[in-house]
Design a binder for this molecule. Structure first.
Ligand code: OAD
Length: 279
């Protein structure tokens, strides 16, 4: 059996041979930033049923029958999101990009951490909490962390029942700059389509790349999980980093068992060592 260092070394060799690589990432990449994954022991879907909180009709029902728990759900998400900052895994990816070894980051995450770390080309398949969409005219606008912190503070005031939640929606959530319509976070809930342009770009990047890093995802949510499958079918080598095996592991050419925050800096160090030897 190969040691961790041997696996990392083999991955770095492939990376240099097949640069620039594409990345396909999931919640595990942000776990070491303090954001629990969806399906882990402390995961969001362990604390809130995805049948109720993961889709729009369910959220509407939660508003009617469990408004306080719904307020808690939004608060929980904003809490972990606002406290999180990029970890060594995110930062190593951005550094690999600067070295010309990494291409686009295709992510299922809505937490903006790849971009904050300095990765300039991020394709957000499931949207972003930092962007909101008008329910009336479809216009989008960026919101700031301060806007989100203000919403979190309002939600944490005591007595967030149905009436209070409706008032918060009317008075305190972002409004469309064009038509003044109500807005919602531009994120994909279960049952909704992925943003077409982003998905199409992800498909063409998957077809183009010769190596794809699969980072911190269970790889079971489609159509997003089809991206590494497309890459594999069009000839890319797949390198997966995850403490546990998942839905895509069988297809991986190299599986490195470990966390992204630990393994990606090792991969970066090895790539730097090879680059130095070459110069
Ligand atoms: P999951 O919660 O399904 O999977 C997280 C993965 O990260 C698991 O495979 C863990 O083993 C792994 N993991 C945990 N800690 C890690 C670490 N420090 N480093 C590396 N890996 C680690 O999250 P996703 O696969 O992202 O969609 O879930 C996919 C989609 O399901 C999400 O985008 C979301 C969710 O429902 C929507 O909301 C539409």
């Amino acid at each position: 059996m190969e040691t961790l260092q041997e696996l990392v070394s083999r991955a770095a060799t492939e990376l240099i041979r097949r640069q620039p690589a594409a990345v396909f990432s999931g919640a595990g990449v942000s776990e070491e930033s303090g954001i629990p994954t969806f399906r882990g022991d402390e995961g969001l879907w362990k604390r809130y049923s995805p049948a109720l909180y993961g889709n729009i009709p369910g959220l509407a029902l939660a508003y009617l029958i469990r408004p306080r728990k719904l307020a808690g759900f939004f608060q929980d998400i904003l809490d972990t999101f606002l406290e999180a900052s990029p970890n060594p895994g995110h930062l190593a990816l951005a550094e690999l990009y600067k070295m010309g070894l990494m291409g686009p980051v295709i992510t299922q995450n809505i937490d903006d951490l790849h971009r904050l770390a300095g990765s300039p080309d991020v394709i957000e398949l499931h949207g972003s909490l930092m962007r909101w969409r008008c329910l009336k005219c479809g216009s989008r606008k960026d919101v700031s962390r301060e806007d989100l912190a203000r919403i979190k503070e309002i939600l944490s005031r005591p007595g967030t029942g149905r009436v209070a939640l409706a008032r918060i929606g009317r008075r305190h959530l972002p409004r469309c700059s064009k038509c003044k319509g109500s807005m919602r976070p531009d994120v994909v809930a279960f049952g909704e389509s992925l943003p077409g342009q982003d998905y199409n770009r992800a498909v063409s990047e998957a077809q183009r790349c010769r190596l794809m890093l699969i980072l911190g995802t269970s790889g079971i949510v489609y159509p997003a999980a089809s991206i590494p499958i497309i890459a594999k079918r069009t000839g890319a080598v797949l390198v997966e980093i995850n403490p546990e095996k998942g839905g895509l592991t069988e297809m991986a050419d190299i599986f490195i068992q470990g966390t992204c925050g630990k393994v990606l800096p090792l991969l970066l160090a090895e790539a730097k060592r090879f680059a130095k030897e070459d110069s």
